[in-house]
Write a protein of this length. Structure first.
Length: 631
C-alpha cells in the first residue's frame, strides 16, 4: 500500500506542477454550467459588439450540454431537466443568430419548456434578465423603491442588510426595475411563444412572486423607512439615482467588472444604459472586456466563468503540495506563494460597514479581486504561506494582517461567515427569491467555521481554547445535525460540512472520543459506498438533507477519508477502502469527475471546480501517509 500511495501522490504532484501558469497561479476552470455562456451571447448581440469566434464557441458548448429530451440540467442526476437553464440556453442560442426555432434540437427545447409550465416557471433572477432584455414585463411596482439605497446601515432595514454578493447584484437590478428598463435590438428573437396563455404576459400575472403576504410586509417596512428620509421627493429621487450609480462605479475592479462577478457586471451594464450611457462608453467597453477575460477552456471548450478562481486554486494547491512533502523553497511553491502575496488586499470594502474596527489584510477569490476579501480564501492563503513566513521576517506584517482580519470576522454567535460579519437577517429569507437563504444572507456556516478553526489550531497560537476558538467550537457543536453531520454552505454539502467541522474540532483540541465527533465519524462510515468511495447529490442542497448520489466521486471521497483520518488513531477499514478508491480511480475517468461539488445558489447555480479532483485526493493521501505510514 505504501508504494501505491506514494505513486499516486507523485502522479498528482506531477500533474499540478505541469499545469501551473507563468505567473505562479493555477487557472483551472470555475465551471458553472451554461448560464454565463448564454448571457454573454445575449450581451454581445444587444451591445452590437460582434465577436463571431467567441459566439460560435459558446454556442458549441451550450449545445454539447443538451440532453436527449431537449433540456439542459444543473447537475447530471437532476430528474428530467431544468426549465430555467433550458430557457437560458434556448434564448442564448436563438440570440446568436446561428440557430432558429425550426432546428430539431430547438424544437425539442421549446417542447420541454412548455411541458414544464413555460417561461413563467423560470427562476426570479432569470426573469430579471428576460425583463431587461425585453422578453418579460417588469412588475408595475418593483419590490423595493430606489430610495431604499439611501437608508443608512444603522437603520432598522437597509440595503446593507443584504449579503455583499446579494447586494452587488440587487443594486443594479433595483435601478433597472425602478426604470422598467428594457434593452431591445432589431436582431432580438421573440420568446412570446413560451408563455402558455396571453394572461401570463400581463404585468399583473407575470410576477406572482410579489403577491405574497411576506412580500407585502417587507415592502411596507421599506416604504416606512423611506418615508423617514428628510427631503423633497424629487431631490431624494435624484440623490438615490446618483448613489446607485456611485455604488457601482466605486466598486469596479481593475478589469472594469463589478467586484469581479459576471452576474453583477452583466446587470450593471444595463443599469448604466438605463441612465443614458451609450453602448460604446469606455466604462461599458471595459466591463465587457473584463467579462471576456473570464473566458477559459473547460474540457476543450470555451466557457465564460462567473469569476476567476485563481487565488482559491493557488492557495489550495500550494498548501496541498507542501502537505505532500514539497518544500516551500521549491520553484513551484515559491512562485505560487509570490503570486498569493501579490494578491493580499489593502483596500477597504463593504465589509468595513459590519466590521468597522478591522484593517484590510485578507484575500479574495479571484485574480483581480482587490476589495472583497473572504474568510475562506484568507485562511487558505495563510496556510499556503505559513512555512515560508516562519522563515521570512519581512513577511510577518502580511501574516499578521491576515490573521487579524480572520479573527475580526468572527460573528457574535461564535461562528464564521464568508464575507461580512453579523450579516444574517432572517427576514430576508421571506423574500420571493429562490435560494434567498444563502444568496441574501451571510450566516455562520459549518464549513467556514470548521476550516477557520483548523487554521487557527494548526497554524497559530490559538490552538488551546482561547475565547475565539472556544466560541467557534461551541457554535459548531450546536450546529451539528441530528444524524451527526454538518451542512456546508459552499460545497456539496453534508460531506463538505462534516469534513470541515471534524478537522476543525480536532485542530482546536477536541478529543476523538467526544460524542459529537464519534457520532459524525459513525455517520461517515454508514454512508460509505460499496466501492469504498463516497458521493453526494446536489439534491442535498435543495432538499436540505443528505441525498446520496448513487455513485462515488474523487472529491467527496477525499473529504470523507480526510475527515476520518483526522479523528482516527489507526487506519480503519473505512479509511483503507477510501484510500484504495482514490488510487484505483485517480486516472480511471468517470462521469462523476465532472459532477458539481460547489454550491453558489441552491437550485440555481452549482460549481464544478476542475482543480478539486487533484487537490483533495492529494491532501487525503498525504495526510494518510504522514499519519499512518511515516509514524
Amino acid at each position: 500500500m505504501n508504494q501505491k500511495v506514494q505513486g499516486e501522490i507523485n502522479r498528482l504532484i506531477h500533474h499540478l506542477k505541469r499545469d501551473q501558469s507563468a505567473d505562479g497561479s493555477w487557472n483551472y476552470p470555475f465551471d458553472t454550467g451554461i448560464t454565463a455562456d448564454a448571457y454573454m451571447i445575449i450581451l454581445l448581440k444587444l451591445l452590437d459588439m460582434e465577436d463571431p469566434p467567441l459566439i460560435e464557441a459558446l454556442v458549441k458548448r451550450i449545445e454539447s450540454r443538451q440532453t436527449d429530451n431537449g433540456s439542459w440540467k444543473l447537475f447530471q442526476d437532476e430528474l428530467d431537466g431544468n426549465v430555467t437553464v433550458t430557457i437560458e440556453a434556448y434564448y442564448g442560442l436563438l440570440y446568436s443568430g446561428l440557430r432558429t426555432k425550426h432546428d430539431d434540437h430547438m424544437r425539442k427545447a421549446k417542447q420541454f419548456i412548455l411541458s414544464k409550465g413555460g417561461i413563467k416557471q423560470a427562476k426570479v433572477l432569470t426573469k430579471m434578465m428576460l425583463a431587461v432584455t425585453g422578453q418579460y414585463k417588469w412588475p408595475r411596482l418593483f419590490p423595493i423603491p430606489l430610495e431604499a439605497v439611501l437608508l443608512p446601515p444603522t437603520f432598522f432595514v437597509s440595503i446593507y442588510d443584504l449579503s455583499v454578493y446579494g447586494r452587488v447584484n440587487m443594486i443594479p437590478i433595483l435601478l433597472l426595475g425602478h426604470k422598467r428598463f428594457q434593452a431591445r435590438s432589431s436582431n432580438a428573437p421573440s420568446l412570446k411563444d413560451l408563455f402558455l396563455t396571453r394572461e401570463e404576459r400581463s404585468e399583473e400575472h407575470a410576477w406572482d412572486e410579489y403577491r405574497t403576504d411576506e412580500y407585502r410586509s417587507f415592502f411596507s417596512n421599506i416604504q416606512s423607512g423611506v418615508k423617514t428620509l428628510i427631503g423633497f421627493p424629487d431631490y431624494l429621487h435624484s440623490l438615490a439615482l446618483d448613489s446607485t450609480k456611485r455604488y457601482m462605479l466605486d466598486r469596479l475592479e481593475p478589469d472594469g467588472t463589478l467586484y469581479n462577478y459576471f452576474g453583477s457586471t452583466f446587470f450593471m451594464i444595463f443599469a448604466l444604459l438605463s441612465i443614458g450611457y451609450p453602448k460604446n462608453d469606455p466604462v461599458i467597453v471595459k466591463a465587457v472586456a473584463g467579462l471576456k477575460g473570464m473566458a477559459c477552456f473547460a474540457d476543450g471548450q470555451t466557457h465564460i466563468q462567473f469569476t476567476t478562481p485563481h487565488v482559491w486554486n493557488t492557495s489550495l494547491i500550494s498548501y496541498a503540495l507542501q502537505e505532500a512533502g514539497i518544500p516551500y523553497e521549491d520553484g513551484t511553491v515559491h512562485a505560487a506563494n509570490q503570486y498569493l502575496l501579490s494578491r493580499q488586499h489593502y483596500m477597504y470594502g463593504d465589509w468595513l460597514i459590519h466590521n468597522p474596527d478591522a484593517i484590510p489584510g485578507g484575500w479574495g477569490f479571484s485574480d483581480l479581486n482587490t476589495m472583497n476579501p473572504d474568510v475562506d480564501d484568507t485562511t487558505a492563503t495563510l496556510r499556503a504561506l505559513a512555512n515560508q513566513i516562519r522563515e521570512a521576517t519581512d513577511k510577518r506584517d502580511s501574516w499578521q494582517r491576515g490573521v487579524s482580519f480572520t479573527v475580526s470576522m468572527q460573528n457574535d454567535d461564535g461562528g464564521f461567515p464568508a464575507f461580512e460579519r453579523n450579516n444574517d437577517h432572517k427576514w430576508l429569507q421571506l423574500l420571493p427569491l429562490e435560494g434567498s437563504k444563502y444568496l441574501l444572507t451571510d450566516p455562520s456556516t459549518a464549513d467556514l467555521t470548521g476550516r477557520t478553526l483548523e487554521f487557527l489550531g494548526n497554524y497559530t497560537n490559538l490552538k488551546k481554547p482561547e475565547e475565539v476558538s472556544k466560541r467557534a467550537v461551541d457554535w459548531l457543536l450546536q450546529d451539528q445535525k441530528r444524524d451527526g453531520s454538518w451542512y456546508g454552505r459552499w460545497g456539496i454539502c453534508y460531506l463538505y460540512g462534516t469534513w470541515s467541522a471534524l478537522t476543525g474540532l480536532k485542530a482546536a483540541g477536541q478529543s476523538s472520543e467526544h460524542p459529537s465527533i464519534r457520532k459524525a465519524a459513525a455517520w461517515l462510515k454508514k454512508i460509505q459506498n460499496k466501492d469504498g468511495g463516497w458521493g453526494e447529490s446536489c439534491y442535498s442542497d435543495i432538499k436540505e438533507r443528505y441525498i446520496p448520489l448513487g455513485a462515488s466521486t474523487l472529491t467527496h471521497t477525499a473529504w470523507a477519508v480526510d475527515a476520518l483520518i483526522s479523528v482516527s488513531e489507526e487506519p480503519t477499514e473505512e479509511i483503507e477502502k477510501g484510500i484504495a478508491y482514490l488510487i484505483r480511480f485517480g486516472e480511471a475517468g468517470s462521469w462523476t469527475d465532472d459532477y458539481p461539488t460547489g454550491q453558489a445558489m441552491a437550485d440555481f447555480l452549482y460549481i464544478h471546480y476542475h482543480s478539486y479532483r487533484y487537490i483533495y485526493p492529494l491532501l487525503a493521501l498525504s495526510h494518510y501517509k504522514n499519519k499512518f505510514l511515516n509514524a
